[in-house]
Design a protein around this ligand. Structure first.
Ligand SMILES: Cc1ncc(COP(=O)(O)O)c(C=O)c1O
Length: 432
């Protein structure tokens, strides 16, 4: 049976044979493209056939400083020669100095709980919130993804992740995501209040400042002010998941800063180390740290020296190369360039985002998301032009999340190519 991968790579080549091996030996083989990567630099990935692909994914918001930034690589190599791993109960300079730096980035007054993956850090945040408030319930948002471990799946609102692995319980409730295109007059702040009042008082409201996985969906400033107020009114903490939106991605150091929010716990991972070494943290306000007691919080691979070296180097690069401002500038340029697409093409329903976290949402004539084929068609067409992009779940949205170091020329070229492919698909009636 021919697949999208065959369509892209043909039936020969290293990438194709690696895909075959993947299907044979890996329980969850890649269904995405390109199948096999061997390297990368800056905004480019290199696949197993030596093709250079302009990357609009950053590996899902990981490679904010670009692939294999030389300063990050060098810091990791230097640290590996000295010490990669230390006993988790021993401190080391990297751990406390990264914690201090992250607290400073948040304006001061935060302490770090150390982990290796985003899901782990989300779970740590949930534990802290439950212990600190003495409550069990968590209110999340529909379609919001917060990880693949049982607790993070249950706290997130992706329906497909619920049915079998995690049963529904009165302790997990979900408010509607503030989706402007499908609001039908719904007042999302009022809907959240209703959900908060509809069961046991919650320990926390869990949210992303911009919901990435559903298709870069966010509310307006009033919505986030209402979230903040509603949390205060019911005595719930705010857990802000910045796993995908942190470290300059949205044109601020952290996404919640667009909305002037004051979260109690901020969860970070992914771009913290540019992906060089797994590292994640739940950064909590100091007064919550007394809830962190006992063995439930240990993490063998949490903030090992190698990861901390990668984090320091990544934070240095973000600061020295002014990548937060760069994301804001390029993002605005992208919105300006693409805004005319909504009027020009019937299938383009919305252009949205902040900084280099952008999405182009496509819908059919009844306003529904497209099934996979048109989106696969679009991403395959782009890949044939050497541009690697991914669609979202829930809505059919093309995600534009390139490394923040993408050049002006490459960004302009990608945006032009996207419009050309949309125009051609429209002409040929391929959006259906
Ligand atoms: C918003 C968000 N939170 C949490 C996670 C889970 O992170 P990890 O895959 O490192 O466990 C992800 C992963 O994509 C994410 O996008």
């Amino acid at each position: 049976m021919s697949t999208v991968l065959d369509n892209i790579h043909g039936t020969t080549g290293s990438a194709k044979s690696l895909a075959d091996r993947d299907r044979e030996f890996v329980a969850r083989p890649t269904t995405r493209i390109p199948v096999a990567v061997t390297g990368g630099d800056g905004a480019y990935l290199v696949d197993a056939d030596g093709r250079r692909l302009l990357d609009l994914t950053s590996g899902w918001n990981v490679a904010n400083t670009g692939w294999n930034h030389p300063r990050v690589v060098e810091a990791v190599v230097r640290q590996a020669r000295q010490m990669s791993f230390s006993p988790p109960w021993c401190t080391h300079d990297g751990r406390s100095s990264v914690a201090e730096r992250l607290s400073d980035l948040l304006g001061g007054g935060y302490k770090a709980l150390c982990g290796a993956t985003g899901s782990e850090a989300v779970e740590a945040a949930l534990k802290v919130a439950r212990r600190a408030t003495g409550r069990q319930a968590i209110v999340g948002f529909t379609e919001a993804y917060h990880g693949g471990t049982l607790g993070s799946m249950q706290a997130g609102g992706v329906p497909q992740l619920h049915a079998v692995d995690v049963p529904s319980t009165e302790f997990h409730r979900y408010a509607p995501i503030p989706d402007a295109l499908r609001s039908n007059g719904v007042d999302y702040a009022a809907a959240l209040r209703e959900v908060l009042a509809s069961g046991p008082a919650p320990a926390a409201i869990l949210l992303e400042p911009i919901f990435t996985n559903p298709g870069v969906i966010h509310g307006d400033a009033q919505f986030y002010a209402a979230v903040q107020q509603a949390a205060r009114d019911v005595g719930a903490l705010i857990i802000m998941d910045e796993v995908g939106t942190g470290f300059g991605r949205t044109g601020h150091a952290f996404g919640f800063q667009h909305w002037g929010m004051d979260p109690d716990i901020v969860v970070v991972a992914k771009a913290l180390t540019s992906g060089a070494v797994p590292m994640a943290g739940a950064l909590m306000k100091e007064d919550l740290s007394s809830a962190v007691a006992g063995p439930g919080f240990s993490s063998t691979f949490g903030w090992v020296p190698l990861a901390c070296a990668a984090a320091h180097a990544s934070l240095d690069v973000i600061s020295d190369e002014d990548l937060v401002a760069r994301a804001a500038t390029l993002g605005q340029r992208g919105l300006d360039r693409l805004s005319s697409l909504v009027a020009a093409y019937p299938s383009v329903a919305a252009i949205r985002g902040k900084g280099l976290e952008m999405g182009i949402e496509f819908t059919d004539e009844s306003g529904k998301p497209f099934s996979r084929p048109p989106m696969e068609n679009l991403t395959s067409r782009l890949l044939r032009r050497g541009i690697f992009a991914e669609p979202s779940s829930y809505t059919s949205t093309l995600l534009l999340m390139p490394p923040l170091v993408i050049s002006d020329e490459d960004w302009a070229r990608a945006l032009d190519a996207i419009e050309e492919e949309i125009a051609d698909m429209t002409r040929k009636g391929e959006f259906q």
